[in-house]
Design a binder for this molecule. Structure first.
Ligand code: ADP
Length: 562
């Protein structure tokens, strides 16, 4: 539907010539696309899994506890079971027992999820629920509507990683439970239709209401919820701004890991596509309207129909107007935003209209452009629009830039012992109190621990999260009395300064050599201006791809003529 509205052409079985956009069903895995744009980022699936997301959020909570209090406290099972038990015992109050929710890693649609009040109820053996999992504080006081718990699915477009560009869809979906909500008690813990909002579960309840209207039934638009809230006098503007802030902060937590995958699959300086991705954010509103993040989906369902049981055992797919209203606009407007022809068109118009138009004037659309007939974009840019407010949170991003710099061989995601030693040596972090032998012990200790609990055993070496832990250790050692985020920031500044100085020194040395031998400097580096960040290793230039292909459909603009 989106393509029809845009008058784009689809090549469902591929074609010989390159396309503008490659649209994959599941994940990024290509070795034969060298241009255009792909709708998935490498490593996104892995980065948003429940355990990885919880770890990334924990790192940010350690650095910025207040800013990241929108994610429920979580522990990773089985390795953090003792920590979790200790926490429950510590806060144990005989008159009030908190509830926790256990979610298997990599699960979806409510699969294997259960609620507990006692740590001994965690199922560690023998079933789907014995897989690695996250145990999380259960939000007991959600906002209710018509006495029912509901959550929100919002669509977010990550348009680019470097520079970071984020858009949020103005409307989303609200998915309702089908049994009136009560705060969790030992008696009702197992009632999934009361506690879990998943559509895939509630559709099987006799109380599920399919509705053709966007503001009634078990699935509604988020805008209809906002209308109801606004009519009750709620501050809807503040709610939106809290949601925007949640989305930006979450993506800031995810970008370091994504950048490591990106440089591995699409090394800088080689031809390859650029990436964008639509993500599904699941958010729960608390009674006081505070939004809480439940999870991020790398492959949010884009179905616009639902299954209806016409007579016992006879099912039919029928259109779902609520899904259609929200999802068609999200896909269409994502394509409008990434449309390569738009830029070309604008450039051409710019050239022909340059003398007539002032710099600030809007450019008219081409006469036959479908743009003219389309509604205004449903996707709203939030980053870099609000970058200033959030850039101080991007510390781990800078740690990841250091990590990537020392990875050495292209195509890896883990740092070897030599790379780690070079990092310590180049940043001059070793001294009489911290010998190179101690550096090796730090590397071995942390790497061994992370690899013993890691899911990815394909490569040996230190993963980004382990490097971040080591970096925090070094920062705490060097800047003892500061709060953690200041310790980390001070160490990043220190390292960036050292590396910039080293680069300048090499450049001067290279120029000296060139002067003597008439040759150019061997490195392509530009001199860094004192203590600024090192250049990012992967800009929006051309890249190459390395993994196997799983292509579902190809699209190309009709008028591109290529
Ligand atoms: P899945 O990927 O299996 O859907 P979710 O993390 O989205 O897993 O959880 C499923 C459902 O459980 C959510 O839609 C929500 O209704 C409920 N839920 C999840 N986490 C919490 C929580 N911390 N507090 C309250 N309800 C939660």
């Amino acid at each position: 539907i989106s393509l029809r509205q845009l008058r784009w052409k689809e090549f469902p079985f591929g074609r010989r010539l390159p396309c503008d956009i490659y649209w994959h069903g599941v994940s990024f895995h290509d070795n034969n696309i060298f241009s255009g744009q792909v709708n998935k980022f490498p490593g996104m699936m892995e980065t948003v899994r429940k355990i990885t997301l919880s770890r990334a959020m924990r790192t940010m909570q350690d650095l910025f506890p207040l800013e990241y209090n929108f994610y429920p406290r979580s522990w990773i099972l089985p390795e953090e079971l003792p920590l979790f038990v200790f926490r429950v015992m510590k806060d144990s109050n005989p008159s009030w027992k908190p509830t926790f929710i256990v979610k298997p890693d990599g699960g979806c649609q409510g699969d294997g999820i259960y609620l507990i009040k006692d740590p001994s109820d965690i199922r560690l053996t023998g079933s789907i629920q014995s897989r690695p999992a996250v145990v999380q504080e259960y939000i007991c006081k959600p906002l209710l509507m018509d006495k029912l718990k509901f959550d929100i699915r919002l669509y977010v477009l990550l348009k680019s990683l470097e520079p970071l560009e984020i858009y949020i869809a103005k409307d989303g979906l609200s998915r309702f439970c089908t049994q009136p909500y009560q705060e969790p008690t030992l008696k009702n813990l197992h009632q999934v239709f009361m506690h879990l909002t998943n559509y895939s579960l509630n559709i099987h309840s006799g109380n599920f209401i399919h509705s053709d209207s966007v503001n009634t039934g078990s699935k509604r638009t988020f805008s209809s919820i906002l209308c109801r809230l606004s009519s009750r006098g709620a501050d809807v503007k503040k709610l939106w701004s809290d949601i925007i802030s949640l989305v930006i902060k979450t993506i800031i937590a995810l970008t370091p890991e994504l950048k490591v995958y990106y440089q591995s699959d699409i090394p800088a300086g080689k031809p390859g596509p650029t990436c964008f991705q639509i993500l599904g954010f699941d958010i729960l509103l608390m009674k006081n309207l505070k939004p809480m993040l439940l999870e991020v989906n790398a492959n949010p369902s884009m179905r616009i129909e639902h299954e209806q049981e016409l007579s016992p055992g006879v099912f039919e797919n029928v259109p779902s107007p609520v899904d259609e209203e929200v999802k068609v606009a999200v896909i269409r407007d994502t394509l409008r935003l990434v449309d390569p022809q738009k830029k070309k068109r604008k450039d051409t118009q710019c050239q022909s209209l340059e003398p007539a138009l002032g710099a600030s004037e809007e450019l008219p659309d081409a006469p036959l452009s479908p743009e003219a007939t389309l509604p205004s974009l449903c996707l709203k840019q939030v980053f870099p629009k609000y970058a200033k407010q959030f850039s101080y949170l991007r510390l781990v991003d800078r740690v990841a830039a250091l990590f990537i710099r020392f990875l050495g061989v292209k195509g890896t995601t883990k740092l070897g012992p030599t790379g780690f030693r070079t990092f310590i040596r180049n940043c001059k972090l070793s001294n009489s109190n911290f010998s190179m032998a101690a550096v090796d012990i730090l590397y071995i200790d942390i790497t061994r621990r992370w690899n013993s609990m890691g899911i990815d055993h394909k490569e040996s070496g230190m993963c980004l999260q382990a490097f971040v832990e080591a970096f925090f250790c070094l920062a705490q050692k060097k800047y003892k009395s500061l709060p953690l985020h200041e310790q980390v920031e001070s160490l990043i500044n220190f390292c960036e300064c050292r590396l910039a100085a080293l680069r300048n020194k090499r450049l001067v040395w290279g120029c000296g050599l060139a002067g003597r031998h008439g040759a150019l400097p061997a490195t392509g580096a530009t001199p860094g201006p004192g203590c600024t960040s090192p250049p990012q290793p992967h800009g929006p230039q051309a890249f190459t791809l390395q993994k196997s292909s799983q292509l579902r459909a190809l699209m190309c603009r009709d008028r591109a003529g290529s």
